[in-house]
Design a protein around this ligand. Structure first.
Ligand code: ARG
Length: 469
């Protein structure tokens, strides 16, 4: 077959005499999605360029021309004047060819002592570093919204559940703050993953390092990394940072999904704990009475998609020998889609939390069903010196009587209680009141309004502090 030399790859086509098959180009390209790292590719190229000049590998004049050219390419990209070409595979080669069109052959010097392997790892790390920062900031806003809502409900009583069975009364604020804590841990995961990520792969070149006298520390510093990566093979084959982004996002998505599930349950007619306004509900095309919490349902569903991406990349990486393999190009779409999805989910959740109105009456009503039985047992322990097991048994008998009569514990006559345990006095009624039961949970981390107010103060301080990442 006659070679179509005009279409040979201008970057790596030297030893080739035939053009790649269309289908190879189609499967091989990443330009349809890696334009998202363009900004970082320009930044890392400029840093590399400065270092080449400082190390006298290129002249200062060449460096200036390269940097000017790169700025022009950046401008073309920003103004959408650069038409990306599939036959140039990826963002790195598209930028290099665009630079060649602007400054000519000198552009070829930019690739001294580097490879696309260390280039892509560097660019992608920088992208993820910023994505982490954005994720952190959006989580902070969600935390803020949760805390503000909690402030309105320090005294709002609802049933706390175990097994989705009404267990013990808690405050609504306390329940909301539980999610504040989850997002706080998510943010702490972001902080530690961001710190681990912050080593610069550039200068590892293809896999072995380079014989040029480069200054990797300078490049790392210039690009805001703490240090250069220590091993050239690891530098180009590590995708832990992408996996950590995906796993952090997955755990966060699970937290969002659990909260979404609660909103869905709470706004059902049967529960009626909260109401979402028209702004956050949709109607049914057939059932006029319906108000559906679609955003919450989609947040719940999107967690599956995010976890899918984590799973996908884990499987891509599993069994890859060192160093770079093209398999790794599959890292980007997983991370990009995860990022877009988690950011969207957090924004929708923030909107819903802001929007929801609590129906205090409904919440309180739902605490019916002996939610203070444990408080009664605690009273027996404290006042009669019984063991908790013995007290539990006695209260069990009393609950049986209340069930038979179809009433709450607080509505039972003292004599009925005394028929089970004669030493019980009327003082026991003080702990059978729901509000008192809540007020008494003053242990650290407990649901007593006094404790919840303190937790809110701490949360507000944390949210305000700059260095919590
Ligand atoms: N587009 C590639 C990626 O995302 C860049 C690295 C290509 N390296 C190579 N040796 N073909 O992974």
């Amino acid at each position: 077959m006659k070679a179509k030399t005009s279409k040979l790859n201008p970057i790596w086509g030297g030893a080739f005499s035939q053009t790649p098959a269309d289908i190879l180009q189609k499967i091989n390209q990443s330009i349809s999605f890696d334009t998202r790292i363009a900004k970082y590719d320009i930044l890392s190229s400029k840093a590399h360029c400065k270092m080449l000049a400082k190390s006298q590998i290129i002249t200062q004049k060449e460096c200036n021309l390269l940097i000017k050219g790169l700025d022009k390419v950046a401008k073309k990209i920003a103004t959408e004047k650069l038409s990306f070409k599939t036959e140039l595979e990826d963002i790195h080669m598209n930028i290099e060819v665009a630079l060649t069109e602007i400054i000519g052959e000198l552009a070829g010097k930019l690739h001294i002592a580097r490879s696309r392997n260390d280039q892509v790892a560097t660019d992608f790390k920088m992208w993820i570093r910023d994505a982490f920062a954005m994720l952190d900031n959006n989580l902070k806003q969600l935390q803020h919204t949760l805390v503000n809502k909690a402030k309105e409900h320090i005294d709002t009583i609802m049933p706390g559940f175990t097994h989705l069975q009404s267990a013990q009364p808690v405050t609504f604020a306390h329940h909301l703050l539980a999610y504040y804590e989850m997002f706080k841990r998510d943010r702490s995961r972001i902080k530690s993953a961001s710190a681990r990520l912050n080593e610069c792969p550039l200068g590892a070149a293809a896999l072995a390092g380079t014989s040029f006298p480069i200054d990797r520390k300078m490049v790392a510093k210039e690009l805001g990394f703490d240090a250069p990566t220590a091993n050239s093979l690891d530098s180009v084959s590590d995708r832990d940072f992408a996996l950590e982004y995906l796993s952090t996002a997955s755990i966060c998505a699970i937290h969002l999904s659990r909260l979404a599930e609660e909103l869905i349950i709470w706004c059902s007619k049967q529960f009626g704990f909260i109401t979402l306004s028209d702004a956050f509900t949709t109607g049914s095309s057939i059932m006029p009475q319906k108000r559906n919490p679609d955003a919450a349902e989609l947040i719940r569903a999107k967690s599956g998609r995010i976890i899918g991406h984590l799973n996908g990349l884990l499987i891509v990486m599993k069994g890859l020998p060192l160093a770079y393999s093209k398999d790794m190009q599959e890292d980007k779409e997983a991370v990009f889609d995860t990022h877009d999805t988690i950011i969207l989910s957090i924004a929708a959740m923030t909107g819903m939390i802001n929007d929801m109105k609590a129906n205090k009456q409904k919440m309180l009503q739902a605490t019916m069903g002996h939610a203070t039985a444990t408080d009664m047992a605690d009273w027996l322990v404290k006042n009669l010196g019984f063991s908790f097991r013995k007290s539990h048994k006695i209260v069990g008998e009393i609950v049986k009587i209340a069930n038979k009569r179809g009433c709450e514990l607080k509505d039972l006559n003292l004599s009925l209680m005394q028929s089970i345990e004669p030493k019980i006095t009327k003082e026991i009624y003080t702990v059978l009141n729901i509000a008192t039961a809540v007020k008494n949970k003053t242990s650290f981390g407990g649901t007593a309004p006094k404790k919840v107010s303190q937790a809110i103060k701490l949360a507000e301080k944390y949210i305000r502090s700059k260095h919590n990442r």
